[in-house]
Design a protein around this ligand. Structure first.
Ligand SMILES: Cc1ncc(COP(=O)(O)O)c(C=O)c1O
Length: 431
């Protein structure tokens, strides 16, 4: 076997041939991908950034060679770019993880002892299951305003019940409280009132973490502007398909916590005795092991491309497609949409629905086999919410033949009116 050494391209930061349309996405002609909420396709920006770095591919933070130094630089630049994109403040850490699930599990492990976590039952499992026993799960609210009221009431009660005088790691005396909410639902696409919930949390000296896995691909998210303490995102939902995610947020809890993983890269000193170890501060503390360089660089490239893009225009385009999709679904007599809030609540480009009298898994399989349309089916890793919304859909529609699981169509960069129409035509035929 021969190994070809590819001559490396020009050093960073010069890009000899900047892509003209960095937010184009890769795909396969003839396949209609309406499953962006699960994993988005690869953006040209991500593919180009990876291709440019691949010849230099070497260790990160572990080598003195030119290749390794360049990779270390690229990794740390990616951290900076991602932090800037999400509005990181001085003192925030940007920790690269595998995905949102990993990011929220890391945060769960970093909570100061005695922290109470408050969530809503409408969360994705990634934002329901990592939290410690004793967490408070509020019922799914009927509107964004009710979410704000319910949180206010819950935090008032928690603070009243707290032992007076307990020193906490929060911003005031009292046991720490973390509110953990989604930015946009992966089931309905409905947006949650993040800034208002953050204001309530602040008033009660609680911190707030936002699961932005579904919001960040569709709308600008700035932790400083929103008043959010922690943010979790997945690169593979943000057009960077290389398995990197991010936990961004306040450094103090993260620096005080035991490392998420123990191992190389997370230490500043290891002595001869078994447990003689000083852990690093900063993101490195929670990034033991060789990091996902390509994932971080791909994600940063998409963040940079989105930062340069006209987000209002992207939003308007997606909303027009979403309206077309929802109008079309509403026109199909056998289709019932799932929703938590009112029909006009703000949403990102995600719609879940059921086809009365038809099994959702079978429908998804037929859409793929007969129409080359990819959608998701099931309960979308949000079982409590999906079950509730299916029951609500049955009550609203008065139908007794709704299936026990749903279908989900989700839009993103590269989605077209043709994609939407293809799904609608297929549903009309199969339903
Ligand atoms: C709202 C939300 N949070 C968290 C996750 C988990 O993301 P990941 O599987 O990338 O960890 C998802 C994935 O679908 C999601 O939609």
């Amino acid at each position: 076997m021969t190994v070809t050494l590819v001559p490396p391209p020009a050093p960073l930061p010069t890009r000899t041939a900047p892509p003209s349309r960095p937010l184009d996405v890769l795909g396969v002609p003839g396949q209609t991908n309406l499953d962006h909420a699960a994993s988005a396709p690869c953006a040209r920006a991500a593919a180009d950034a990876v291709a440019e770095l691949l010849p230099w591919y070497a260790s990160v933070h572990r080598g003195a060679g030119a290749l390794s130094r360049r990779c270390t630089l690229a990794y740390e630049r990616a951290r900076q770019t991602v932090g800037d994109f999400f509005g990181a403040r001085p003192g925030d850490h940007v920790v690269f993880t595998r995905n949102t699930t990993d990011a929220l599990n890391l945060l769960a492990r970093a909570l100061p002892a005695g922290t109470t976590v408050v969530t809503f039952a409408g969360e994705h499992h990634a934002n329901l299951l990592p939290w410690p026993r004793g967490s408070v799960r509020l019922p799914v609210p009927a509107s964004p305003a009710e979410a704000v009221r319910a949180l206010d009431a819950a935090l008032t009660e928690l603070r009243r019940d707290a032992t007076p005088g307990t020193a906490g790691a929060g911003r005031s005396a009292g046991p720490p409280v973390l509110v953990a909410v989604t930015g946009a639902s992966n089931v309905t696409g409905e947006r949650w009132p993040v800034a208002e919930l953050a204001a309530v949390a602040r008033r009660h000296a609680a911190r707030i973490a936002v699961d932005a896995a579904q919001l960040a691909p569709h709308a600008p998210v700035d932790v400083a502007a929103l008043g959010v303490d922690y943010l979790a995102v997945s690169g593979h939902k943000l057009y960077a398909p290389f398995g990197a995610g991010v936990l961004l947020g306040r450094g103090d809890w993260l620096d005080a916590a035991p490392p998420y993983l123990a191992g190389g890269g997370a230490t500043s000193h290891v002595g001869d005795a078994t447990h003689e170890v000083r852990w690093a501060d900063g993101p490195a503390r929670h990034e033991a092991g060789t990091p996902n360089l390509l994932g971080a660089v791909a994600l940063a490239a998409v963040c940079a491309a989105l930062a340069d893009a006209d987000r209002d225009e992207l939003h308007a385009r997606e909303q027009a497609l979403l309206a077309r999709l929802r109008r079309g679904l509403a026109g199909l007599p056998h289709v019932v949409e799932l929703r938590t809030f009112g029909p006009d609540a703000p949403r990102v480009g995600i719609v879940s629905f059921v086809v009365a009298g038809r099994d959702s898994a079978e429908m998804a399989a037929e859409l793929a086999a007969r129409h080359d349309v990819g959608v998701r089916d099931g309960l979308f890793c949000a079982h409590p919410l999906a079950r509730r919304l299916l029951a609500e859909a049955a009550a609203r529609s008065g139908r007794t033949d709704l299936p026990p699981t749903a279908l989900r169509a989700s839009l993103g960069l590269g989605s077209t009116a043709g994609d939407v129409d293809r799904l609608l035509a297929a549903l009309a035929e199969l339903g």
